[in-house]
Design a protein around this ligand. Structure first.
Ligand code: SF4
Length: 329
């Protein structure tokens, strides 16, 4: 048995509800070396699938964890392959998925998409209920700069693999695009990446920023203005777009606490001025509340195509880029 724990959680996640994480490969083994990775320079960059744990080790560890959590009366919404590295580098992944199905709990994976050009990986992933695929950039130079892939990995092959997968897959495919200030947050990249994600017809596209400290302290999340721009561009091409800014909270509940509700919604979608006015009216509140949130540095007012939008202001630690970031929840 390994020194590392194969399971962790359950952890709450907006995408996956209460999820038990599965570390199906040892930490720090990845096909990318993303500039925003919290593991950073210690990463071992690999491009081939290998055996790390036996299928039995993984399946037994997950079974025990599920039993413990369920005996404690806690709900589990997903079992999620999300190691500190790239989940699909595990050559036993397909067998693990097959065997874990008998637990009757939905299965998910968070992948950096780098192995999507492999048919065996696509076959393995087809048996999952949800696949979250990283798409930070479809422009070669920006992809290299952001994700720093293993030298054998080709962007055009990954894109083709993702397109093939999206045509064959019957589960929920979601994408995640991490935006880094001054790196992949250009309008050109946002337009082209959104266009490509549109071609995948995903269930939802998420726009995210580092919410935990990267190993490199010079890495900053994209600004709120760029996040708003990204949201508008993505929404013009993709049906369901959400932001992941590191705030939890239920954006879809109307709790009656107007301030809390507006902060929860604007962490997921920028709200247009008229939508906020409608919301305030419904709760019989006036614009003073919004002004107060702007003054308190909780909401940011920004413009797009002549209209005012409001979005949740990033926490100070996110703005100065001193916290680490990763796609892992
Ligand atoms: S952020 Fe994820 S995909 Fe990127 S290097 Fe780190 S573990 Fe790998």
């Amino acid at each position: 048995m390994s020194e590392y724990s194969i399971t962790f959680g359950p952890i709450p996640s907006r995408r996956l509800g209460r999820s038990i994480g599965i570390n199906n490969i040892p930490p720090k083994i990845c096909s990318y070396g993303c500039i925003y990775c919290q593991i950073g320079r210690a990463l071992k960059v690999e491009d081939q699938r290998k055996a790390y744990y036996s299928t039995r080790e993984v399946v037994e560890a997950v079974g025990e964890k599920v039993k413990t959590v369920q005996n404690a009366g806690e709900a589990i919404d997903f079992l999620t392959f999300v190691p500190d590295g790239e989940s699909t580098l595990d050559i036993h992944l397909g067998e693990e998925i097959q065997q874990l199905k008998s637990l009757g709990i939905p299965l998910a994976i968070i992948t950096n998409s780098s192995t999507m050009d492999r048919q065996d990986v696509r076959e393995d992933l087809k048996n999952l209920d949800l696949v979250s695929a990283k798409v930070d950039s479809v422009i070669e130079s920006l992809w290299r700069k952001t994700n720093r892939p293993h030298k054998n990995i080709r962007l055009d092959s990954i894109m083709e693999g993702l397109r093939t997968f999206s045509r064959e897959y019957n589960g929920k495919l979601i994408t995640e695009t991490m935006l880094i200030d001054g790196v992949n947050d250009t309008r050109e990249n946002l337009e082209q990446t959104a266009e490509f994600i549109h071609s995948l017809n995903p269930y939802a596209a998420y726009i995210s920023i580092p919410t935990r400290p990267p190993a490199r302290t010079d890495i900053k999340p994209a600004s709120e203005e760029v996040l708003n721009l990204a949201y508008q561009i993505f929404s013009s091409k993709i049906d369901r777009v959400e932001m992941l800014l590191g705030y939890e909270g239920n954006a879809f509940a109307h709790s009656g606490d107007t301030e809390k509700d507006i902060l929860a919604i604007t962490a997921v979608h920028p709200m247009r001025e008229d939508a906020i006015e409608e919301f305030l009216q419904r709760d019989q509140k006036d614009w003073d509340l919004i002004q107060k949130l702007v003054d308190e540095d909780k909401l940011l007012e920004t413009e797009f195509q002549g209209k005012k939008f409001y979005l949740r202001k990033l926490a100070k630690h996110q703005r100065i880029g001193r916290r680490r970031g990763d796609s892992r929840e």
